[in-house]
Design a protein around this ligand. Structure first.
Ligand SMILES: [Zn+2]
Length: 370
């Protein structure tokens, strides 16, 4: 069980809550229909009235996980886009893991995103979602899971390690060997804040040195995590102000780094860092689900208005809900303040530049392309 996610709905609790009140087959049909409707929606007049034309070309998803079905607690929990952190009415008389699990099994929205009940279902649902969106993605996972998913979806995944949530992480030398061989291509997702280890902690220094020496693209989790993360299975979890990255960026000025979850909600710090450090990018992982849509758009629009549209990369943070990929792409295409060119930049161009896809991506000397 793990929680290297922002939502991590039920990372803690192995509660055997019942899937009461939700028609799973109906929710799946609704999710499929929502994806199938995208073409019609995009071609209709609504988008023309509310904003620029949608971007329908290839997509790069910077943020995928090779999770098992129980990667966020008991399988089968639903996700309500835009409502994870909203409307939590809580009395601590009830343990937080129990409350959080109950929310997953009793979604309050009309159109929840279902999660597959089996490991194969999560993998295959993710592959189908990528294919129907003409997408590829950065996939982090265990060595075994990466091998399995990459065999099942050849050409779809750019592999990265699980890193940072456990005291027994591989050494920098061990990781370097996996990057040099081409087994791994992106050093993401670093989730050490779940152990209370910030980006500028001396414990991470050898890893930053290794990434700089190999010229790896690096993604690190900053900002917040799931509501009550420290009450779930990460008792040492701490909020990470993105400013913890500044010493790293100063020490390694040519290192490509992206802030996972866009540094929300530290918008002033994010703008300062993007302004001062041109090597820095960010991804939008899970913001389409964890925040109200209004809060997500307000945060995104502030960064775009400040001139940083070319540093924002789409990420779904798909863990156990393949529909997050559709929802995340739709959220960008429906943003009324984005031009068509900005949608294209966020959904593809910025990530292609960051990953150097035209050079095969990954560390120098590794085999490409993806
Ligand atoms: Zn993640």
């Amino acid at each position: 069980m793990s929680i290297r996610c922002m939502i991590g709905a039920l990372c803690a609790g192995a509660l055997a809550a019942g899937a009461a009140g939700v028609d799973r087959a109906g929710a799946q049909t609704a999710a499929d229909g929502r994806a199938a409707d995208r073409g019609a929606d995009y071609g209709g007049a609504d988008y023309g009235e509310t904003g620029s034309a949608p971007y329908l070309g290839p997509v790069i998803d910077m943020h995928l996980h090779a999770y098992p079905a129980n990667g966020n607690g008991p399988p089968g929990q639903f996700m309500c886009p835009g409502e994870v952190a909203a409307d939590i009415r809580y009395d601590p008389e009830i343990p937080w893991p129990q409350k959080f699990t109950e929310r997953g099994f009793n979604p309050a929205c009309d159109d929840p995103i279902p999660s597959p009940m089996t490991d194969e279902g999560v993998r295959d649902g993710t592959i189908e979602a990528l294919k129907r969106n003409n997408a590829i993605g950065v996939l982090s996972g265990s060595r075994e899971a990466l091998a399995d998913w990459m065999a099942a979806g050849p050409g779809l995944f750019i592999p990265g390690p699980n890193f940072g949530s456990r005291p027994a992480d591989p050494s920098a030398d061990d990781l370097a060997a996996r990057f040099r061989s081409g087994e791994l291509k992106v050093f993401a997702e670093i989730t050490s804040q779940y152990r209370g280890v910030m980006a500028d902690d001396p414990e991470l220094a050898p890893y930053w040195e290794m990434a700089a020496a190999l010229d790896l693209p690096v993604g690190i989790h900053v900002g917040v995590g799931p509501p009550g993360a420290h009450l779930l299975d990460a008792p040492e979890f701490r909020i990470q102000n993105p400013m913890h990255l500044e010493p790293v960026l100063r020490r390694h000025p040519s290192l490509r780094v992206y802030m996972i979850h866009a540094g929300f909600p530290f918008v002033d710090e994010v703008k300062a860092l993007l302004y001062v450090h041109p090597q820095l990018y960010l991804d939008t992982g899970v913001l389409q689900a964890a925040l109200t849509r209004k809060a997500y758009y307000a945060f995104l629009e502030e960064l775009v208005d400040a001139g940083f549209a070319d540093r924002i990369m789409f990420g779904s943070d798909q863990m156990n809900w393949p529909g997050l990929i559709d929802e995340g792409i739709d959220a960008i295409n429906a943003a009324p303040f984005l031009s068509h060119e900005q949608k294209k930049a966020i959904l593809y161009d910025n990530a292609a530049r960051f990953l150097r896809l035209d050079q095969g991506g990954g560390p120098r000397g590794a085999e490409g392309p993806h």
